[in-house]
Design a protein around this ligand. Structure first.
Ligand code: UDP
Ligand code: MG
Length: 315
C-alpha cells in the first residue's frame, strides 16, 4: 500500500518537528511506501520556514504553501488533490490525532473498507463545549439528510476511490464532515481517546463554531427554507384566528377593540420573524452567489521544489 498523509498546518511552528519525529517512527511500520504532505495554510509564524527545512532534510515529506489563510477545509482539499497513493490519511498538525492509530486504520482498509474514520471520545474538554457540540450534532442530524455523528472529525483514512469522489465535489462552501458522509462507501470506525493539543492554541473561537454550525445546516439541505414556510403559515393562521376572535367579541359582546399592545407585539414580532426568514433566504442566496463565481478554492504560493515564480496555482 502506498500511503499519503495530508496535514493542514496553520501557525503550527511549535508542533512540526515533534510531528515529524512521531510520523517517522510510526509510518514505516504501516506502509511500504509513504509520503507526508504538509499544507501550510498561510501561516503567519515560522511554519513555512520550518517546512522548507524539514522537507529538505527528509524527502519523504513534501509541503505546499497556500497564498493566504484559506481555512482548514481548503487546506485539506489542496492536500487531497496533490496527494498520490492508494490511501490518503488526514491528520491535524497538533497531534490531537494520534498517528499511532493509523496502523489499525490501515488494517481495516486492507480488509476492504473504503473509508476509516477515527471517533474521538470526549474527555478533558470544557463541559460547556461538550454540551455545545452535543446540541450541535443533535440539531445537524435533525436537519441534514446525511449522517454526521458526534465525535467524527476529519481524522480519516480514505481509499483512492473515496478520495477521487471527494475531489469530484467541487462546491465552494465545503462542509467536509457532511461531504465525507455524503460520498458513502463502506465506512469503518475506530475509537480513540481525546488528547489535548500539543503546542500553540486552537484557532476555533465561539463565533467560528457558530458560523461552522450554520454552514453545516445550510450547505446540506434546504430544510430551513421549508421551516420558514411552516412558521409563516402557523403565524398567519394564529393572526387570522385572533383577528376573528377580536371581531366577534367586538360585535357580540360590544367590547371596545383592544389595540395598542396587540399592534406593537404584532409589528415587532412579525418584523423580527420576517428579518429572520430573509436572513435564511440570504444565506442560500449568498451561497449561490459564491458558487457562481467559480473561484478556485485556494491558490498555491510555493511547494517543495517549486518556488513562487513557478509554483502552479492549482484549483
Ligand atoms: N488549520 C488550518 N487552517 C486554519 C485553521 C486550522 O489548516 O485556518 C489546521 C491546524 O493547523 C490544525 C487543524 O487545522 O492542524 C485543526 O485546527 P485546530 O487544532 O485549531 O482545531 P481543533 O483541533 O481545535 O478543532
Ligand atoms: Mg486541534
Amino acid at each position: 500500500m502506498r500511503l499519503a498523509v495530508v496535514i493542514p498546518c496553520f501557525n503550527e511552528e511549535r508542533n512540526l518537528w515533534r510531528l515529524h519525529e512521531r510520523l517517522s517512527e510510526v509510518l514505516p511500520g504501516i506502509a511500504d511506501e509513504f509520503e507526508v504532505l504538509l499544507v501550510d495554510d498561510g501561516s503567519t509564524d515560522r511554519t513555512l520556514a520550518i517546512l522548507r527545512e524539514l522537507t529538505e532534510s527528509d524527502p519523504r515529506f513534501r509541503y505546499l504553501s497556500l497564498s493566504r489563510n484559506f481555512g482548514k477545509e481548503s487546506a485539506m482539499l489542496a492536500g487531497l488533490s496533490a496527494a498520490e497513493g492508494d490511501a490518503v490519511a488526514i491528520l491535524d498538525a497538533d497531534m490531537q490525532h494520534p498517528p499511532e492509530l493509523l496502523g489499525s486504520m490501515a488494517e481495516l482498509l486492507k480488509q476492504g473498507y473504503q473509508q476509516v474514520v477515527a471517533r474521538r471520545t470526549r474527555t478533558g474538554e470544557p463541559r460547556l463545549r461538550t454540551f455545545g457540540t452535543r446540541m450541535f450534532y443533535r440539531l445537524i442530524n435533525r436537519l441534514v439528510e446525511v449522517d454526521v455523528p458526534d465525535g467524527f472529525g476529519d481524522f480519516r483514512l480514505l481509499s483512492r476511490p473515496a478520495v477521487d469522489a471527494l475531489l469530484n465535489l467541487r462546491e465552494y462552501n465545503r462542509f467536509s464532515k457532511g461531504l465525507f458522509s455524503w460520498i458513502g462507501f463502506d465506512t469503518a470506525v475506530v475509537d480513540y481517546e481525546n488528547v489535548q493539543r500539543e503546542g500553540g492554541a486552537s484557532s476555533w473561537t465561539f463565533r467560528k463554531l457558530l458560523d461552522y454550525g450554520i454552514d453545516g445546516v445550510v450547505s446540506f439541505n434546504n430544510k430551513p427554507l421549508r421551516l420558514a414556510i411552516y412558521v409563516g403559515a402557523v403565524c398567519a393562521l394564529l393572526a387570522f384566528g385572533y383577528a376573528g376572535w377580536v371581531l366577534i367579541s367586538a360585535l357580540v359582546q360590544a367590547n371596545p377593540v383592544p389595540g395598542y399592545v396587540t399592534i406593537i407585539c404584532g409589528v415587532v414580532g412579525f418584523g423580527g420573524l420576517q428579518l429572520l426568514v430573509m436572513g435564511v433566504i440570504g444565506e442560500y442566496l449568498g451561497r449561490i452567489y459564491f458558487e457562481t463565481k467559480r473561484r478556485p478554492h485556494y491558490l498555491v504560493k510555493e511547494a517543495s521544489g517549486l518556488r513562487p515564480a513557478t509554483a502552479p496555482a492549482f484549483e
